[in-house]
Design a protein around this ligand. Sequence first.
Ligand code: SAH
Length: 355
Amino acid sequence: MSAMSQVNSSTLEKTELIPPLLGATMAELTAWVQQQGQPAYRGKQLHEWIYQKGVRSLADISVFPKNWRTEVAEIPIGRSTLHYRSVAPDSAVKYLLQLADGQIVETVGIPTDKRLTVCVSTQVGCPMACDFCATGKGGYKRNLTRAEIVDQVLTVQEDFQQRVSHVVFMGMGEPLLNTENVLGAIKSLNQDVGIGQRSLTVSTVGIRDRIRELAEHRLQITLAVSLHAPNQALREQLIPSARPYPLEDLLTECREYVEITGRRVSFEYILLAGVNDLPEHALQLAKRLRGFQSHVNLIPYNPIEEVDYKRPKSDRIQAFLTVLQQQKIAVSVRYSRGLEADAACGQLRTSKKSE
Ligand code: SAH
């Protein structure tokens, strides 16, 4: 009996919600309002106001009793403030959001037909230092919390006055270096914001053992892996973090991911003129991926200031695509949106364009 109550109380301690509240489940919010001496049904109200109505301060929840609202007014929900917003000619919207500690992250809202996709950041900066990516050039500050990740989606939803249908974890940072908060955010986006798991994509450059660990959660999300080269030597040249993690090992983990989750993996491949875009690279890539339940996304390079890579001419892009198609590899070319607002893949940094 006493052993059991011990287990219970320690579980309670473990799950106790510490604000900010964003990212918390209905059960956590209900427990929290009860702790504050309020009836359980206020948890449901709080959940609705945070996730559906997008309230920014507890003081504004008009269904709460006035004196309690005053009492909890300063308790953070976890919403960022808008630092800068710009719209690209293709209607992608780039946001620089200021967090509670003053750090700034970038988020992109991408409308297409009936879809609204949000590209979220998972870290302030990024420690991976990929040679072609602007984010890596600015260094790394810290991981984002689950509240800070969910906030980005609610911010875009509010600005567009439209429900977000898809979320891609392809903004600043390496999601699998922040797995716990990314998993927390995925759970909340799915259960609290109401976005289907299949509409969520996590993109990683590959961190040893982390893809396997992610697979064990058996989520129905899409895993995208930034490959960018068909062999280890070239990959190391572009992605320094690939040195201690051979391509073979990465692909083995990806295969396990497919086996465990039953989901195919997407491979991203930036096309850099004269570097990794030759027909022989395409052939090598096809060989590596033969029989693999996967899809290749070719991403023509988006220019950044610090390096002088070039985007291949369109006939070269087409030639690369054709080789893969002839080799029966599922492949498409993905032109990034938001290029003119410096909001496209690899261009994310915490500055405004004019700075
Ligand atoms: N760290 C994660 C997610 C962020 S990057 C990852 O590496 O997957 C999202 C995608 O944009 C990655 O495939 C990345 O390699 C790609 N990217 C980076 N710089 C780019 C550039 N300059 N042009 C086009 N795509 C780029």
